[in-house]
Design a protein around this ligand. Structure first.
Ligand SMILES: Cc1cc2nc3c(=O)[nH]c(=O)nc-3n(C[C@H](O)[C@H](O)[C@H](O)COP(=O)(O)O)c2cc1C
Ligand code: SF4
Ligand code: SF4
Length: 205
């Protein structure tokens, strides 16, 4: 899926996420925040200007969030995103209320919506992790021009093809064709392959 499709999945399929900010003492705070809309420019949510959450967003301009969809752990897909946020103001409120009509139950009168404002996560990175697939499926993505970094375990030219890493891999996601290669889309990042490799051929990025 594209980064935009992942952001849309968060807004339309997950919707209520756990969002992390940092307080004035540098300590983490989480709260449940609905992701109301996604487009090619990012992910949108709203809050009230009187909330501590609003203050934390304004102070740092940064947010991390996680959400999941599924009935139980082995039927669950999770998406996490972290990135820069900016306040775009009230202009998008009508659109967000139209897409999320339940908001009229919380803020029924137009006057009561005066405190509301919209934020956009406009640049960042994310991770998709699907435990319902066998082997597990993972992907990473960036949006808004954020630099793309390949993270995880990689096998270098130092591999001697001994095959020792294959039996310790919980997802059987290492192929051996002379040299070992990790199927990144199925890797748990557990590190077993690096620990067992006699040639020091597995590096972590
Ligand atoms: C399902 C659910 C969705 C919520 N969505 C939002 C939201 O989109 N925006 C918001 O400001 N608060 C939302 N809240 C309320 C916040 O989680 C709550 O105000 C939060 O703890 C912020 O508190 P703080 O400002 O004191 O940190 C939601 C709560 C629930 C239970
Ligand atoms: S990090 Fe774990 S899951 Fe990934 S290839 Fe190595 S052993 Fe397999
Ligand atoms: S254990 Fe190391 S040297 Fe052996 S196949 Fe795996 S990566 Fe290559």
């Amino acid at each position: 899926m594209t980064a935009n499709e992942y952001l849309k999945f968060i807004a339309e399929q997950i919707h209520s996420t756990v969002a992390a900010t940092v307080d004035s003492e540098g300590l983490p705070v989480t709260c449940v925040i609905d992701m109301m809309y996604a487009d090619e420019n990012g992910l949108y949510f709203l809050t009230a200007k009187g909330k501590n959450f609003y203050q934390r967003l304004k102070e740092r301009g940064y947010l991390a969030l996680s959400g999941m969809k599924g009935t139980d752990t082995m039927h669950c897909t999770a998406v996490s995103v972290r990135g820069r946020v900016r306040e775009t103001g009230a202009d998008m409120l009508p659109l967000l209320f139209e897409k999320n009509p339940y908001m009229l139950e919380i803020y029924p009168a137009a006057e009561s919506r005066k405190a509301l404002t919209v934020f956009q996560i406009y640049e960042g990175s994310g991770e998709w992790f699907d435990l319902s697939k066998k082997p597990i499926e993972r992907d990473s993505f960036t949006f808004g021009g954020a630099a793309c970094r390949a993270e995880g375990y990689f096998i270098t030219d130092a591999c001697i093809g001994c095959g020792a890493c294959l039996s310790d891999c919980p997802q059987s996601c290492i192929d051996l064709n002379g040299r070992a290669e990790i199927r990144q889309a199925n890797c748990l990042h557990c590190g077993n392959c690096a620990a067992i490799c006699p040639a020091g051929a597995v590096i972590r990025r």
